[in-house]
Design a protein around this ligand. Structure first.
Ligand SMILES: Cc1ncc(C[n+]2csc(CCOP(=O)(O)OP(=O)(O)O)c2C)c(N)n1
Ligand code: SF4
Length: 347
């Protein structure tokens, strides 16, 4: 990372997108959705009022996990699936840092699935960007835990027989305190989700639908192509009824726990629709929303599914250590290692 510049009066100049661009050649394929995600992160970070030297990006392995190279911040390109473990350590020993994870659907949900659910349940104050392209990009097109049933890839020539993970449902099931979804091709919405995640105190999880134009091109075209996207994307807004459609004339109504698409032209009014509450402690409604696209004719929700407060692991750990030191003193590691509970194994 280059050194911090100052103005004549000694204050650092306001940060810009350029400050967050590293000198590394970006090696993603031309047209890859990763470029948009990188650009939006670089656009939002300067507004957050955090010093550049206090940002850390941690990644595992994959195309998406090359992210730390391209950010002019501190970073750590770790091992496959283990970014949550590294990020937890970084955050717990230095709470001043703004710690971010870039991961893929393979890195985060396959080999790293276990680590992902535990960082979410612990609520470590780390922001997670999960680039979901529904494929292994770096290793050239094998199916991933989010590839759809029946998907033909190089590793599933007769079609996948795996039931896929729904990343939002997984994050909600792991008691994530901030769970959101956005799309690479919707830069404004993507920026807003990054801002919201940055402001959240606790683990913030964003699933980003990302087009891998080489191995899974068009996976999200129904959500990004001009002529169809409005009928297929539902923007979640806190406190607002769930409305969608090109003419904003369709909505989601709940009958018991069963969602239904209703037409606002057909006897239904806004008052009949489900009103989104991202702050609900009880995650059932958010879970129902995460599964909407499983039903034919239903839209795919994007936005914040859940945003609730819970003490963070890093904060509680720091407090616990301080209290233990108050009660027992600083401690002596050497004395502990060579103390009472050691013994010599006879030869
Ligand atoms: C221990 C280990 N197992 C397997 C691999 C091979 N490998 C590298 S990246 C990857 C999957 C990447 O997929 P994803 O996380 O979806 O990222 P993308 O490349 O699509 O962005 C795999 C299986 C590895 N590098 N290390
Ligand atoms: S293989 Fe796919 S995910 Fe990887 S850089 Fe190329 S387009 Fe992007």
């Amino acid at each position: 990372m280059s050194t911090v510049k100052t103005t004549d009066n000694g204050n650092p100049p306001p940060l810009t997108k350029k400050d967050f661009e590293s000198d590394q050649d970006v090696r993603w394929c031309p047209g890859c959705g990763d470029y948009s995600i990188l650009a939006q992160v670089q656009r939002v970070l300067p507004e957050l009022g955090i010093k550049r030297e206090n940002y850390v990006f941690v990644a595992g392995i994959g195309c998406s996990s090359r992210f730390p190279y391209y950010m002019n911040t501190y970073g750590f390109h770790g091992i496959h699936g283990r970014a949550p473990a590294i990020a937890t350590g970084v955050k717990c020993i230095n709470q001043d840092l703004s710690v971010w994870i870039a991961t893929g659907d393979g890195d985060g949900l396959s080999i790293g699935g276990n680590h992902l659910i535990h960082i979410l349940r612990r609520n470590v104050d780390v922001k997670i960007l999960l680039f979901n392209n529904k494929i292994y990009g770096l290793t050239k097109g094998q199916y991933s835990p989010t590839s759809e049933y029946g998907k033909k890839t190089y590793s599933t020539p007769f079609g996948s027989i795996d039931h896929p993970f729904n990343p939002i449902s997984v994050a909600l099931g792991a008691e994530g305190t901030f769970v959101a979804r956005t799309i690479d091709r919707d830069p404004k919405h993507l920026q807003e989700m990054i801002r919201r995640a940055a402001r959240h105190k606790g683990t913030a999880f964003i699933e980003i639908y990302q087009n891998c134009n080489i191995f899974n091109d068009g996976a999200f075209s129904h959500l990004t192509e001009k002529d169809v996207k409005d009928d297929n994307v539902l923007y979640l807004e806190h406190g607002k009824p769930l409305v969608f459609g090109k003419n904003r004339d369709k909505g989601i109504k709940l009958e018991g726990l069963k969602p239904r698409v209703v037409s606002l032209k057909d006897g239904y009014a806004l008052d009949d629709l489900l009103v989104h509450d991202e702050t609900a402690q009880e995650p059932t409604l958010a879970y129902i929303l995460s599964h909407l696209p499983d039903h034919p004719g239903f839209p795919t929700p994007v936005g914040v599914f859940r945003c609730v407060q819970r003490p963070t692991y890093d904060m509680e750990m720091t407090e616990q250590i301080l209290n233990a030191k108050k009660q027992l003193g600083e401690g002596d590691l050497d004395a502990l290692l060579t103390g009472g509970n050691t013994w010599v194994i006879p030869e």
